[in-house]
Design a protein. Structure first.
Length: 178
């Protein structure tokens, strides 16, 4: 997906696509999506989620930046559970915390969160920025609930009638709204 520009309100810019190392043109320069080529295991320590990181500067007039990450989860244990948290630069957006899991779950999951631009003051814990005029890195970190509740990312647990695992590439999108 390339650059989409619409004037008169609504979507100002929409970028993103497959996390395969592709470079995308934006109104403020080129950005490159991560190149994810293999599954990612979990641990009980928060780790950067591959395919979730993007360094972005929205166009002038942006009031909301919608961050969207899509990724496959497979449970390694019968009750796989994972926690995911969003960061703007090195500060966690606490309001964006999510847990995925349950009994033998697998599938493509989505992590979406709107970031407000033009707030009265910075309140990153709630996804609000007073201004956003320079590049900021947005990313997800994740961990498993416990060593008995493991989940892996970017891989299936079954394919074509067998228990064969296959790689599933993550997707990442950013939309700047007026």
């Amino acid at each position: 997906m390339g650059l989409i520009k619409i004037t008169g309100g609504g979507v100002i810019e929409s970028i993103g696509g497959v996390c395969n190392g592709q470079t995308i043109k934006t109104s403020n320069g080129d950005i490159t999506l991560e190149n994810v080529t293999a599954e990612q295991g979990s641990s009980t320590t928060y780790t950067d989620q591959k395919g979730s990181s993007i360094t972005y500067t929205p166009p002038t007039g942006t009031k909301t930046v919608l961050y969207e990450s899509y990724f496959h989860i497979q449970s390694v244990d019968a009750h796989g559970i994972s926690h995911h948290r969003l960061y703007i630069d090195s500060t966690e957006v606490e309001a964006a915390r999510v847990t995925f899991g349950g009994e033998d779950k697998q599938g493509r999951y989505e992590f979406k969160f709107p970031i407000t631009v033009g707030a009265a003051a910075d309140d990153i814990a709630n996804g609000k920025l007073q201004t956003w005029t320079t590049a900021k890195t947005i990313k997800i970190q994740f961990r498993e609930y416990s060593s008995s509740n493991e989940q892996d990312l970017h891989s299936t647990n079954h394919w074509d009638g067998s228990g064969t695992d296959i790689f599933s590439v993550p997707l990442l999108y950013i939309t700047a709204l007026s």
